[in-house]
Design a protein around this ligand. Structure first.
Ligand code: HSE
Length: 331
């Protein structure tokens, strides 16, 4: 059995979700030949290091009671540079202005020959080409299914399951907060402000929800697809973006009277990367409600394949991270 030594850098909702699913799936991982040991966990207040493998239950309970994972003062970058391990799981909070610490962590991991699995979309929405090149040069594997659509398996679906198909376009909903707001405004005739507050309470909105409602979060995810699937070299600033802030209750009612819903639709195809509200007919595959994400992938061989799933959430995002880990190390 292969022993994989991993670090978890960032121990908020997603990092803790990863620890929980690794505990829950420990026997399954062993059954498929993966002995995964977490040798370092770092959060913003401290770190826990055990080169024999951290007790993940104890780490989770320390985080709950003390508000930090451990007393060690080592930073994520120091762990990545100085402690020997195979895989860096990067789950620090995203920064879409500069790429933030996540970008530094990923580049350092590649420089040190470590594989990277991440849910952190900011660095990829800004510096995809640089990261992909760094991973190629170091011979490390770079997987980022969790950056787009949470548990909805869009990237691996296209690159693995639909391998060989030409991808003509991808169209869908990639922001759960906007979908929640629009769905509830229509169904409950509720106000925009009230629904935004509810989305924040559900824990799905970004720390600054402007990124959700202005369409920027959706643009970041779309640009990751544009780069990873269509081979573009774009940043989220290249996306034509209109958010949902100007959609009035009256326009939603008018749409409903005509048999439509209004959705914040992301579209990528040759020469087009766009996020904008669109009328979608009731019953159309993209007319999913609540916090769901959805994507229709138009291909040359398989026709159109549509998937839907939960685009946010700690365990849901950890599910995508786990599947990336398994696909790297399963023999
Ligand atoms: N704020 C994001 C959303 C979270 O609402 O979809 C998942 O990336």
């Amino acid at each position: 059995m292969e022993t994989i030594r991993a670090s978890i850098i960032g121990f908020g909702a997603v990092g803790q979700g990863v620890a929980k699913v690794l505990l829950q799936k420990a026997n399954y991982l062993k059954d498929i030949g993966i002995d995964l040991r977490v040798i370092a966990i770092v959060d913003s207040k401290g770190a826990d290091i055990d080169t024999e493998g951290i007790d993940l239950s104890a780490a989770l309970s320390r985080k709950r009671t003390d508000g930090r994972v451990g007393p060690n003062n080592i930073t994520g970058l120091e762990v990545i540079r100085t402690i020997d391990h195979d895989l860096m799981i990067e789950t620090t909070p995203t920064n879409i202005e500069t790429g933030g610490v996540g970008l530094e962590n990923m580049l350092a991991a590649f420089e040190n020959g470590r594989d990277v699995v991440t849910s952190n979309k900011g660095p990829l929405a800004l510096k995809y080409r640089e990261l992909a090149e760094a991973s190629r040069i170091s011979g490390s594997t770079f997987r980022f299914e969790a950056t787009v659509g949470g548990a909805m398996p869009i990237i691996n679906l296209i690159t693995d399951v639909l391998a060989g198909n030409n991808i003509i376009s991808i169209e869908g909903i990639l922001n759960g907060t906007c979908n929640y707001i629009l769905t509830r405004m229509m169904d409950e005739r509720a106000s925009y402000e009230q629904m935004l507050a509810e989305a924040q309470e559900l824990g799905i909105a970004e720390t600054d929800p402007t990124y959700d409602v202005e369409g920027i979060d959706a643009a970041c995810k779309l640009v990751i697809l544009a780069n990873a699937i269509f081979g573009m070299d774009a940043t989220y600033k290249d996306v034509e973006v209109t958010g949902i802030t100007k959609i009035t209750p009256e326009s939603l009612i008018l749409a409903e009277d005509g048999g439509y819903v209004i959705k914040l639709i992301c579209e990528v195809k040759k020469d087009l990367i766009r996020v904008a509200p669109k009328l979608v007919p009731n019953g159309h595959p993209l007319a999913v409600g609540g916090t769901l994400n959805v994507a229709s992938v138009q291909t040359d061989l398989a026709g159109t394949v549509t998937i839907t799933g939960r685009g946010a959430g700690s365990i849901e995002t950890a599910s995508a991270i786990l599947s990336d880990i398994i696909s790297i190390y399963r023999k």
